[in-house]
Ligand binder design. Structure first.
Ligand code: GLN
Ligand code: ZN
Length: 760
């Protein structure tokens, strides 16, 4: 049929419907499963994923998207890129070596792990250095053969493009990129030639790094890469795939000699369609149109999607159009089928990977004029309408409060320089006050108690009593150690977002909504499906109890609006800014509830503020503006003497110190284990004047740091920061640590502070 458009997928979740992938990995790591069984179980999972996609009507099924850990690590291993600290003789990469690079072993530390663009997926950073790449195995070819032999599928191998691979790697200077690319190009060519010789029709080359913006030189490099591939591997169809943002300038992409271009029509702000309308589409090129959101969990409005497909088909010709998700489905859970605890209207509004593939097939069928599809389209329309009409999604009171924001003051009543004097008078803290970031060890005992309570084995009263006892011993310990500002310990929390989600209106929790975060680690983000609103105090009980046990100040402890937003799946009918404002208003309520209950030092954590930063530099200011504003909405209404703290993780803050300052927290603590010196200098250069605690030791390891080590960190900070300004604390919460190491480390920290005070 001339009106038929092809349906493709860019990548399928690896973890399996019941996280069987994770379980297989972990049992191999723990030594409970031998290598042969491991490989055969992994092959079964891989096969099942292929068959699921085939059954969903996907014509271009991705292969080589499956991995034992991470696709970037796969790419590095395939090219023999192993850091010199590992014992590697240049042959095939063994499974043990592969996992050692990801997780470390007795002799060598793991490779660095970092965020995959603006997602919550983390990849292993390749360390390239001086090595000469070789093709140690052709993994895409093996995956192609596997699909063909085991499922009769003509797969579409997916590989990380050379440009993106180099952009994500380290071990060479940016100015050396072209030279490094020259070393890799022959092995890419070899890999692709082997695919062509096998009879592979399409290869998807992922180049998402293009959307972050390429310089003139980088475009030159892209041109060299794809010219070389075109001339050395003439028989292969290449679909150059971008995602997560608009591909700009489209002219430059269109001039690359590839047969197809994959574009994201969901996260591009409309730019991709505009560019095609402006430039026209070359008659001989295929367009891979990412029309279904590969990042969220919601059913699509298929009428709008169908309209978009019609527009695109008119521009490219239906015979050169491929429908696909906007990105790999790696970022969404597998299937909604098992979600039996949700209201029907809500469940029907969800679409995970399998449902998204079904949507794509449906749109293709509807485009071709199928009557069956028209009926399915109607059912989808009704499901969406019912969901949209839920009263909790359109609350008058919440809308009014958000509108009322314009009338609320957007800053504290006194500027920092003036309120700090009142605060000093009130709190009478010593120079270089010591404190911690909030959580104390979440021991097996704590987690078991929570489980007993959730299962009903313990009643509320029994559980509350248990939590009170934990708080009491944490307070006693902190007093004994001589800390100046205490915390209650967060024993009642599983997690810093779920805890609040469970207590706020507007949230739901799935049973199986897991996504891979890194390696075998999966997360199950809570879901904001309706208007977020305050119901009743969330943290007051524990904080007030903790404060009642001591004369020293105890910090109230909340998660901030931007972090709650960034670590949830968020409804897609409101802007993220609007949802952040709803959360901020609910938290404002909590902050004021704490204050009126006598808790007058309040920490509002924003560790994830950086994670929401847009990929394109020009969009960052807008994001930071509303992110900062939402923090201020939550915190700016307190009394002058109430001290607002915040905490952030991860070290790359150098470029956002203005925004951090604009949050106007009285004290900020920042994780700095990785770039201590640099960060202090940036704060100094930007003339940051508020309280600041640059973590004096790294909590990510059980090692107890010596007093001298922390004294050295403190001295370094005091060379550039005013001692009146500086706080002494570990660099993050202590929930993953054991009690003994926590006690020992904090004792040393307090001693280091005393030494520093003596010198100041
Ligand atoms: N208050 C939190 C804790 O101490 C902060 C956690 C975080 O920064 N990720 O656990
Ligand atoms: Zn932290």
């Amino acid at each position: 049929m001339a009106n038929q458009v092809k349906v493709s997928n860019l990548g399928y979740p690896r973890i399996g419907k019941n996280r069987e992938w994770k379980k297989t990995l972990e049992s191999y790591w723990s030594g409970k499963m031998d290598q042969e069984t491991f490989r055969s179980e992994m092959a079964d999972i891989q096969l099942q994923h292929l068959q699921t996609q085939q059954a969903a009507g996907i014509e271009l099924i991705p292969v080589n998207d499956f991995t034992f850990y991470d696709h970037v690590l796969d790419t590095a291993a395939m090219f023999g890129i192993v850091p010199p600290r590992f014992d590697y003789d240049g042959g095939e990469i063994s499974l043990d070596l592969y996992f050692a690079m990801a997780r470390g072993n007795a002799g060598a530390t793991a490779c660095e792990m970092t965020k995959w663009f603006n997602t919550n997926y983390h990849y292993i950073v390749p360390e390239i250095g001086r090595q000469t790449p070789r093709l140690t195995e052709n993994k895409p070819l093996a995956a192609y053969r596997f699909a063909k032999e085991r499922a009769g599928i003509e797969g579409k191998p997916v590989i990380v493009g050379l440009y993106t691979f180099l952009k994500l790697s380290k071990g060479f200077a940016a100015s050396e990129t072209a030279e490094v690319a020259g070393r890799f190009l022959p092995v890419y060519v070899q890999l692709l030639q082997e695919l062509a010789a096998e009879g592979v029709a399409w290869v998807q080359i992922d180049e998402p790094a293009i959307v972050t913006g390429a310089s003139e030189e980088e475009w030159k490099l892209l041109d060299t890469i794809y010219q070389t591939i075109a001339s050395e591997v003439p028989g292969l169809n290449i679909l150059l795939q971008t995602y997560f943002e608009a591909a700009e300038p489209l002219e430059a992409l269109l001039s690359l000699p590839v047969q197809g271009l994959g574009l994201d029509f969901v996260h591009d702000g409309g730019t991709n369609l505009e560019s095609i309308e402006r430039l026209g589409w070359p008659a001989d090129k295929w367009l891979g149109a990412g029309i279904i959101d590969g990042r969220n969990i919601w059913r699509s409005d298929l009428d709008t999607k169908l309209e978009l497909v019609r527009k695109l088909a008119a521009l490219t010709g239906a015979d050169h159009l491929i429908l696909q998700p906007s990105s790999s489905l790696l970022h969404v859970p597998v299937s909604v089928a098992g979600e039996n605890k949700l209201k029907k209207t809500v469940k029907n509004a969800l679409a995970f990977a399998d449902e998204k593939l079904a949507e794509l097939s449906l749109i293709s069928a509807a485009f071709a004029g199928s009557e069956e599809a028209a009926a399915a389209l109607q059912a989808s329309r009704e499901a969406l309408e019912a969901f949209r009409a839920l009263p909790e999604r359109g609350r008058q009171d919440v809308a009014e409060q958000v509108r009322g924001l314009a009338q609320l003051p957007d800053h504290r009543s006194l500027p920092f320089a003036e309120r700090v004097k009142l605060q000093q008078e009130k709190w009478q803290l010593p120079l270089l006050p010591t404190t911690t970031i909030g959580s104390f060890p979440q021991t097996v005992e704590v987690r078991q108690a929570r489980l007993k309570w959730r299962k009903g084995v313990w009643n509320q009263e029994r559980y509350d009593q248990f939590i009170r006892e934990q708080i009491e011993s944490a307070i006693t310990l902190q007093e004994k150690l001589g800390l100046d500002v205490l915390v209650h310990g967060e024993f009642e929390r599983t997690d810093m977002v779920e805890f609040f989600g469970e207590k706020l209106a507007g949230y739901l929790f799935t049973q199986g909504g897991w996504v891979q975060s890194y390696g075998s680690r999966c997360v199950k983000p809570p879901v904001i499906y309706a208007d977020v609103a305050f119901i009743e105090p969330m943290t007051v009980k524990e904080s007030v109890y903790a404060q009642s046990l001591t004369k020293l100040p105890v910090k109230g402890m909340l998660t901030g609006p931007v972090t709650i937003l960034n670590w949830s799946f968020v409804r897609d009918d409101l802007s993220r800014e609007e949802v952040a404002n709803q959360i901020a208003l609910a938290l404002r309520h909590e902050v004021l509830a704490l204050e009126s209950a006598g808790v007058e030092m309040i920490q509002v954590d924003e560790p994830a503020i950086r994670e929401g930063l847009p990929l394109k530099a020009e969009d960052r200011e807008h994001y930071l503006n509303w992110a900062v504003k939402s923090f201020r909405i939550a915190t700016n209404h307190v009394k002058d003497t109430t001290q607002v703290h915040t905490h952030m993780c991860y070290s790359e803050f150098n470029d956002m110190i203005d925004s951090i300052s604009a949050m106007d927290a009285d004290v900020i603590s920042i994780e700095t284990s990785r770039s201590h010196g640099e960060l202090i200098v940036s704060f100094e250069e930007q003339e940051y004047d508020k309280g600041i605690g640059l973590g004096v030791y790294d909590i990510h390891s059980p090692r107890v740091p010596a007093v001298e080590e922390m004294t050295a960190n403190i001295d370094r900070a005091l060379r550039v920061l005013d001692p009146e300004q500086f706080w002494i604390n570990p660099d993050c919460g202590l929930k993953t640590r054991g009690w003994q190491e926590t006690e020992d480390a904090l004792r040393n920290m307090v001693e280091a502070a005393a030494i520093a005070r003596g010198k100041s």
